[in-house]
Design a protein around this ligand. Structure first.
Ligand SMILES: Nc1nc2c(ncn2[C@@H]2O[C@H](COP(=O)(O)OP(=O)(O)OP(=O)(O)O)[C@@H](O)[C@H]2O)c(=O)[nH]1
Ligand SMILES: [Mg+2]
Length: 372
């Protein structure tokens, strides 16, 4: 049964709510949606990335007695933007709104936003923290406010989209518009609105609605280093991704840093400490591998990071074991070349390249797979 078919086909609104460990926020949010939108003409689609706190079960429990509540549960996936895109593609409602499930976004704005898009006043209705009447007090801490302003400025200058709050996570538009743009969206990271506005051929007409950002109701923020990193990657993807593919650029950048670590250790041992080349190359390879392991872990989602000395040691051993074949080929080839008169740095580089071919296949799958 379509919740809006008996009502008014043009009024159908799907509210897409990406969730990650938001169990306690679900039931109160549905109550607020019902209070604001009434009993008909809308559905709520929660897109849950397999939360560990039982969020999906809670949504399913509610959905059993309420056909307006739907769930998409994704396994082995992460990312707010891609979750929202999947939700948008899973509805037949003509209008979609994307909002957070942590109560920071006020559902009371939805009727005005829907009316504006329905009456073709605008293509996209955006709830903005930075127009008169809005505020960002719900952002925890002064650092977050400055960070948010900086990210807005960066986003504006790179995409050329002029909006008071391009990073807003609360917006409403026609579903067919988003679906038409979906193949061109990167789906990386956090900020879908920005991606949609930048992907459109003709500029989309935007109307902003002042939003007072509330503090999150329960649970914890998912914003962490990995997400800030993803944001930067998504800006790169939007600006230069077509010239140099994002995944390659990432691998090359991480690789270049790894090579620098390798050469520094090699030079220190081989030139300054006068060690045998084979030992110096092996130690440098181990150092570069360990550095790579640390960097990967540092840039991983907070809830997936390896912590504690024992777990770190186990993870590091596993990582080294995965790279062992590549590392062995690397040291053997470099030693052979250096013994045959090739300059030590050139021999080391040749070894690194050989080892990287092996490691690229593995690390790109395990580590950077989410940007593939
Ligand atoms: N499906 C899915 N949802 C996510 C993911 N990350 C965050 N979310 C949801 O997206 C919404 C916004 O996430 P928050 O952690 O509140 O991010 P924020 O509002 O920008 O940051 P805070 O101000 O710290 O709350 C919430 O409903 C989260 O549960 C994700 O990787 N997958
Ligand atoms: Mg939030």
């Amino acid at each position: 049964m379509r919740c809006w078919s008996a009502f008014d086909v043009n009024a159908g609104l799907a509210i897409i709510l990406p969730t990650l460990n938001e169990r306690a926020n679900i039931a109160p949010l549905v109550t607020r949606l019902k209070e604001t939108l009434g009993p008909d003409g809308w559905e709520a689609i929660f897109v849950d990335d397999n939360s560990t706190d039982g969020t999906a079960d809670e949504i399913r429990r509610m959905a059993q007695s309420d056909p307006q509540i739907r769930i998409i549960q994704r396994i082995g996936r992460r990312g707010l933007a891609s979750a929202a895109i999947e939700g948008i593609c899973a509805t037949s409602a003509p209008f979609v709104a994307v909002m957070d499930a942590d109560h920071q976004h006020d559902p009371a704005l939805l009727p005005q936003m829907l009316a504006a898009v329905q009456q073709a006043d605008c293509d996209v209705a955006v709830a903005s923290r930075f127009v008169a009447g809005g505020n960002a007090d719900g952002l925890a801490g002064q650092g977050r406010k400055c960070g948010s302003k900086l990210a807005n400025w960066l986003a504006r200058s790179i995409t050329g989209v002029s909006l008071s709050d391009p990073m807003s996570g609360f917006f409403l538009m026609r579903a067919d518009r988003v679906r038409a743009l979906a193949p061109r969206l990167s789906g990386i990271g956090f900020k879908l609105l920005l991606d949609i506005l930048a992907a459109a051929d003709a500029p989309l007409q935007v109307r902003e609605f002042p939003m007072r950002l509330a503090p999150r109701r329960a649970g914890t923020s998912k914003l962490d280093r990995a997400i800030i990193f993803e944001f930067l990657v998504s800006l790169y993807d939007r600006s230069f991704g077509r010239i140099i593919p994002t995944r390659f650029a990432l691998f090359a950048t991480v690789g270049a840093i790894g090579v620098a670590v390798h050469l520094a250790v090699l030079a220190a041992l081989f030139i300054m400490a006068d060690s045998a080349f084979v030992a110096a190359q092996a130690a440098a390879t181990l150092a570069a591998m360990s550095f790579n392991f640390w960097l990967n872990n540092w840039l991983t989602y907070r809830d997936q990071q390896i912590r504690g000395a024992r777990a770190l040691f186990k993870g590091w051993l596993g990582f080294c074991a995965t790279c062992a074949v590549g590392a062995f080929a690397n040291v053997a080839a470099a030693t052979f070349l250096q013994a045959n008169g090739v300059h030590w740095a050139a021999a080391a580089l040749a070894g690194i390249i050989l080892g990287s071919v092996w490691n690229y296949a593995l690390s790109s799958r395990f580590v950077w797979g989410r940007f593939g």
